[in-house]
Design a protein around this ligand. Sequence first.
Ligand code: CUA
Length: 336
Amino acid sequence: KRLLPLMAGLMLILSACGRKDLSTLNPQGPVAETQYNLMKLSIGIMALVVVVVFAICIYVLIKFRRRKGDKTIPKQVEGNHTLEIIWTVIPLVLLLILGVPTIQHVFGLAKDYTNDKNAIQVKVTAHQYWWEFEYTDYGITTAQELIVPTGKKVEFQLASADVKHAFWIPAIGGKMDNNPGVNNRMYLEFPNEGVFRGKCAELCGPSHALMDFKAKAVSPASFDRWIAAMKAPAVMPADKEIADTFTAQCLSCHAVGEKGEKTAPNLTGVGGRQTIAGILYNDETPIEDNLRKWINNPQDVKSGAMMPSAADNGLTPEQIDGIAKYLAEYKLNYEQ
Ligand code: CUA
């Protein structure tokens, strides 16, 4: 019964973690599975060492304790070849059991990288504090939501536009650093459809902890439809004044379809994304409200974000409303 409050407390802490799609302990792909198995193996060996060492320690403490009235000095031992060989050989064997499969898998994951001609190539560029996904074979770019087909390898080139970040989708595999200047490479596989949460795993500034993204695995047919929808001409705001404001204020950094620039997240189909800015969930708040909040003052959501506030841009509340409504409705219909 004394355990109950403890368990309740623990559950409260764990429930605060919320979104369950952020776990390495529930692997959703072969890369994460391999990493999970290595993790189990090393934790198993470490636990075995702890148990054996503690058992011997406790046994010795009890067996050879000083008894009442006993003043004799125990037998002094200097050097014991048998013991020394044993405590050298056992760790050596344990290290081999740990090291051989680890090295095997590390090289295995690296070797597979260039073997697959059917793989999807994605260049991932990390920015403070958002993610850019460029599909080099298709000539399209998106942000914050990585769309991938199930059943195909996805090969990543990891780049950074500013400081060091790290690309990690815990349920699928990773992590690996996005370094400025040098591109790392890794691949992942997504056997199951679903949305998997991704994280920046390298301290990169005040909003590092908020640098989330989603990986969305869809059927190959849906993926083809998504590529086609991304390549379609940009949909612009119907209202002429909002369209002009959007072009002048937003497309000087952002892009939609073939229009705009690449210094800020690509907004093509942004209305269909699960979150705004990676962390404002549209299932909890209407997407329009999230967009309004973000456009109004990005610093309130992500301190250190590069996007200027509406006040700095000189946007009126009507213009913010118009842009938020337009973006909320800008969806790509590729899932059927
Ligand atoms: Cu980007 Cu931490």
